[in-house]
Each structure stands twice: as C-alpha cells, then as structure tokens.
Design a binder for this molecule. Sequence first.
Ligand code: NIG
Ligand code: FE
Length: 408
Amino acid sequence: MSLIYNIGRLVGIQPEGVLRLEGPAQGQTGVLENAWLRIKDGRIADYGKMADLVGHDETDAVMPDSDRASIDARGGMVLPGFCDSHTHVVYAGSRDGEFLDKINGLSYEEIAARGGGILNSARHLQQISEEELYNQSISRVREMMAKGTVAMEIKSGYGLSPKAELKILRVIRRIAENVPAAVRSTYLGAHAVGPGYTHEEYVQMVIDLIPEAAELADFVDVFCDEGFFTVEDTDRILTAAKGKLIPKIHANELAVSGGVQVGVKHNALSVDHLERTTDAEIDALKGTETMPTMLPGSSFFLGLPYGRAKDYIKAGLGVALASDYNPGSSPSGDMRFVMAQGCIKMRLTPVEAFNAVTLNSAYAMGLSREYGSITVGKKAALILTEPGWDLTKLAYQYQTPFIREIIL
Ligand code: NIG
Ligand code: FE
C-alpha cells in the first residue's frame, strides 16, 4: 500500500467501464484538486480530496517519515501515463542517410522507390543478430518510458521474410517480458514486398505465416496504401487472419486508399494514419468499434497534411493519437509532443488531445480496461509532474521538462 498526497491536480478520472471517449465526451475529463491517491498491489485503490484524508484512519500515512511508501506530490499533477498504440520501435540501425535525401527534396515514395525506406531498414535488420536487435530496440522502449509512456504497441514489418518477421516478433515478446510497461504485439508482414518475391508471392507468404505469427502477436496490420498493398490484398490477409489476430490497419497515409473501409469491414480495432481522408471515411467509421488513430509525428516529419481530428469528433467519433515511432516517418516516441501537435496542428483542446494519448489510445490496442485513466482497479501507471503543471501548460509549453516521477 502506498499513498500519493498533496496532489495539486489529479487528472484523467473516469468511471469504471468507460473504454473510449467519443464526440463531446472526448472533450471532458474528471479533475480533482488537492487530492490524494492510494495504490495497492500495483493498482489504483482509492482517491479523494486532501480535506477528507485528514482524520482518516490512515492519517499518519500523510507523514512522509512514518510511511516510506508515501510520496508528497508537493502540488504536482498526477495523470495516467501515456498509451502509444502504434509504433515500429523494433528496427535496426538508422535511416539518417535518407534524412539528407529528404532535406534535399525527395518524397517518402521517391526514397522508397530507390530501394531506400522500409527495404533499407530490412537490410540492416538481416545483418544483425536477434540479441543485437533486442539491445537496440529496448533502448528506444526505455526512452519512451522515460518520457511517460506506460503502454505501447510494437509492430513487426522490417523483416520481409518469414525468418526475419518471426525474429522481430520474438524480440517484441522479450521486450514485453522485460519492461514494466504493457506491450502489445502486431504482425505487420505486409509492410513492403520483400526482396526476391513477386507481389503475389509475397502476399501469399504473409498469409502462410499467419498461424506462426499468431503464436507471438495480438494483432495483424497491413500497409494498405498506394504503392504498397491494395484493398484486395488487405481483404485476403484479414480474411486469413480472422479468429487468430485482430486487425489494426495502416490506411490513408499516402492516398485515399480504401483502407478505412476494408478495416471496418473486418471489425478492425483501429485504422491508423488517416492523413488523407474524405467524409466517406468519417461516415464509414460511425457506429463501429474501430478507433480512428492519427499520427501527427509522421505529418510533421514527412510534411503531410494533419488528420482531420476535429471533424471526426464533431461527427461523434473518438480519436486516438500515437507516435508511429519508426526510422522512416517519425523518429520520435515522445507522446507529450504528440499531444502538443494534436493541439497546435489539429486544433484539439488540451483535454481532447490528452484523452487521445491516454484512454483512446489504450482502447486502440485493447488495453483500456487496465490503462488510460484514473479509475479504481486500473493499473497504477502514472505520471507525477513537478509543481504547477496542468493539461494546458503540458501542450503549450511543450518542450519544458515536466516529469518528476513515473509510477509504474
Ligand atoms: O507508419 N507507413 C508505413 N510504415 C511506417 C513507416 C515505415 C518506414 O518508413 O520505415 C509508418 O509511417
Ligand atoms: Fe506506422
């Protein structure tokens, strides 16, 4: 049992059973000022106002010296840790060489067409051992955790052969076993056509590998976009994965791809990217279980349009935001920066952006029963800030260090 007391603002309070926030609800969150929160067995046991704690049975827990497990928050904010539902952090080497090509004006598609991009990362990955891949990747996971991420999804997709895809999925599993953050795993065999295969042969390989991948992964993903995989490929892969892996789809990054509609058809948990969407995509998502997920870090890094998050919310939908941490389109896993971009570039209110990087992103990886809000019974996966912070300042003063302690 431990107690956090003198909390200036306890933010992100939700009643039990709220698994995602849609429409006007995305703009609301529970806040308690001058609060305490008690943790038992790694879970949120209880919380309340400081005024009510005085005179309580365990009042002496308020004295830091009498109970070493208690933390004086000194007026800092306590919020649920960030949930990052879309990353590619298991990769090898770097693509800093392509950074110069990009600066000199080549587009993502042009770099890929020259054999750069995902194929470049796949070459790096073939050359290193599983041990080395684990070491490189876990350092990024630790970096994400230091920035406040407590739950994350990680995709395969830089293997592009059965052997190398399974190598990545094993590395993700090993990461999951070795960090206190929650880790969900996604089989993204269909990320690019592997060398030595025709398009058709490669799609067949991706399908044939599903049973083995399903032993290691929770989800299946397809890069359903212009120049990569078609709606028909996606439909075939998702049909083959039915009952084994839940879909989460890369859609509408490079073009209006049809990826949203095929994702919805297969009851995808999320459709991600959505830099390019028309009203048809918004309509297709209404009344579904699928969480639209936007990745402002890719818009920033590649110079793409930002997703129409505001229009989705106006239409009654919820929106999640994630980092897309990967070497080609978003070399950052900083969810506070993602939240700030949600406000600055997508015109979300700080509360809307906060819900997008916590509860809705937890939903988008099937973790919102355990993570993403201050709710009795959920994991105590929390950020304690320095004194004087609130959600608006978090997004506004987006480069100033704010974390005092991560409780995980
Ligand atoms: O989400 N769009 C596809 N996959 C990644 C980028 C992969 C890469 O370039 O390495 C993304 O942006
Ligand atoms: Fe991605």
